[in-house]
Design a protein around this ligand. Structure first.
Ligand code: XBP
Ligand code: MG
Length: 272
């Protein structure tokens, strides 16, 4: 692999080179009506009487990764499933079924992008800001979302995609963000992360990447101390984003100029 020269450092200043996006809850509101529904259908089709309500699923989101989430739930509510000789194969098969069902839901158009996502990605791409993904989600689930929402452009939109089991320790461990930084040959201060959850914020900040939060129904009440700015969403012209905490939002939407302002602030803060 040819590694790029690291050109992010200009004298003492570090300019914004890349934006790294989380997927579930950030690019799309995919948890409650996507992943949760897929888990429940997979359970029913597998003869399990498990049903994850909207509230239960909110608690289970503290465990990142679908396989890990099922294992955690089984350990608490039906440990006998984990004590059988072929339990890992059973778990893998159940999660594969869930991922197939999720891809069908996404392909049927059930999961939309969040406000401002397509607009901001387009602007960043046109300006030459490098784009990457750092997610816990299974690659096939991610690809079905990208394909459904971006069509032919999906393949070329993100330069680096860090997803699923590419690292052993999922968020809140920083590993997935560190993996993406290595692939891009960039220092963390030259990037911004966009996340929606506490495990995501912890992962990105532990990797040294300044992080902007767009909350959703599951994370709206969380304390995102340490985030650069906490917002309702990225905003659209005529449908402004609301700033909930952290650095101010200058206009009504998050755009490249705003990201540059926030990233400069983060670099100055880090140096003091
Ligand atoms: C969110 C997650 C994932 C999904 C399920 O990840 O925690 O586990 O809920 O995905 P992120 P899989 O916000 O980092 O994208 O079933 O494909 O693991
Ligand atoms: Mg998320």
């Amino acid at each position: 692999m040819i590694s790029r020269p690291c050109s992010a450092t200009l004298g003492q200043s570090v300019v914004l080179q890349a934006a790294i996006f989380d997927v579930d809850g950030t690019l799309a509101d995919s948890e409650r009506d996507g992943h949760r529904v897929a888990f429940n259908r997979a359970f029913a089709q597998s003869g399990l009487d498990w049903e994850w309500s909207v509230a239960t699923y909110g608690e289970l989101l503290a465990v990142t990764g679908g396989k890990e989430r099922i294992r955690h739930f089984a350990a608490q509510h039906a440990p006998q499933w984990l004590q059988r000789p072929a339990s890992e194969a059973w778990l893998t098969g159940l999660h594969r079924l869930k991922s197939e069902i999720y891809a069908q839901l996404v392909g049927a158009g059930r999961i939309a992008l969040r406000p401002g996502v397509a607009r901001l990605l387009g602007e960043l791409r046109r300006a030459g800001v490098r784009l990457a993904i750092a997610t816990t989600t299974t690659p096939s689930s991610l690809h079905s979302l990208l394909l459904t929402r971006f069509g032919d452009r999906a393949e070329s939109l993100f330069e680096v995609i860090g997803a699923g089991d590419v690292v052993a320790d999922k968020k809140p461990a920083p590993d997935i963000y560190r993996w993406v930084l290595r692939q891009m040959n960039l220092p963390p201060q030259a990037c911004l992360a966009v996340e929606d959850s506490l495990p995501g914020l912890r992962a990105a900040t532990a990797a040294g990447i300044p992080t902007v939060i767009t909350v959703n129904a599951y994370s709206a009440d969380d304390d995102f101390a340490g985030a650069l700015s906490v917002l309702s969403d990225l905003g659209e012209p005529g449908a402004p984003a609301r700033r909930l905490a952290g650095a101010p939002l200058v206009g009504e939407c998050v755009d490249l100029a705003q990201l540059r302002l926030w990233q400069r602030k983060a670099v100055v803060d880090m140096n003091h």
